[in-house]
Design a protein around this ligand. Sequence first.
Ligand code: ADP
Ligand code: ASP
Ligand code: MG
Length: 408
Amino acid sequence: MALIVQKYGGTSVANPDRIRNLARRVARYKAMGHQIVVVVSAMSGETNRLISLAKEIMPEPDPRELDVMVSTGEQVTIGMTALALMELGIKARSYTGAQVRILTDDAFTKARILSIDEHNIKKDLDSGHVVVVAGFQGVDANGNITTLGRGGSDTTGVALAAALKADECQIYTDVDGVYTTDPRVVPEARRLDKITFEEMLELASQGSKVLQIRSVEFAGKYKVKLRVLSSFEDEGDGTLITFEEEENMEQPVISGIAFNRDEAKITVLGVPDTPGIAYQILGPIADANVDVDMIIQNTGADGTTDFTFTVHKNEMNKALSILRDKVQGNIKAREIVGDDKVAKVAIVGVGMKSHVGVASKMFRTLAEEGINIQMISTSEIKIAVVIDEKYMELAVRVLHKAFELEAA
Ligand code: ADP
Ligand code: ASP
Ligand code: MG
């Protein structure tokens, strides 16, 4: 007997038929003698619909109230899922994040899980129930509803698997595993049987939305056995996230390509080049809980510096007002500009560690298409570039080809 957490995304619970289908799979696992915890997302499109409703009332919605609204999507699907299981004669109970007590911090719309009370879930499992938990939501220490950021149900699934010491966490979605890149953009993309945790972490952090980054972090921290599978097929082993690099395996140089349209670029122009500038610019941004991704600074011949960094598109206006109101005067910057028409494309692979010339091949490939690189950032297993968003798909396609990632 194993304890398995199965997480189902929005398309997998998009209508009553799909929920019935999910229930049948759970029934099969139950019949094999396993204990099952199901985590569900909202029906596909529902979270977007709720966000638009909020924006119709307040263009930049108050984050606490937005969480009150968007968390309702998952409350509907847990109830439906429990009903579908009951209809199959399976004992089932649903729980919201607050009912479980998935305790988070109070960073509304992007809260982090602090702890999970697994007590009630364990009791229900031991009495033969399937437990159905709402993904994406939690509760802060003051009882406020919080949400975990877009795609956050993955994190609920993996965090529950960690808290319950589950044998496996299965992420059921609308693709049958992790591919070399998003198969919607590159139809020739190839499914990977396995991917190392390190690579998955980079792909997720660079924007592959097949797994939310925090879910991968949780899997790494608690060594959760994590697998991505199709909810539309009963066969197939999907993609396993592995924790050991296999030594004798012929590593490809690049394992995958990620991209992200969600970032915006902010440039602070003409800052006197003195110590402490980076701190003066980024300190107030961090204090406002705005995450910064890439950063570059270059000093011109006139001794002034241009300082550029990227933030989530949703937070560009907030970051710009902080800089213009609190920073520009102090640091005597000439101008502060924002650009949300950018995209980030990243190639990822542990094979990069032992190969030279990967970066130059990437830059040559983009140059041949006339794609200008605006920013570059690298790690041991990743090279990411910021480019004009209108070239993003082209860049992904030509890089996929250049690094020979297509199906054999
Ligand atoms: P869910 O609603 O099940 O959580 P998501 O839409 O969040 O599903 O994530 C699945 C989607 O991720 C796929 O439909 C695919 O378009 C996209 N995706 C992006 N990168 C990859 C990748 N490398 N491999 C597989 N899918 C990817
Ligand atoms: N429903 C939430 C979203 O659309 C969470 C999730 O699907 O993982 O972002
Ligand atoms: Mg998702």
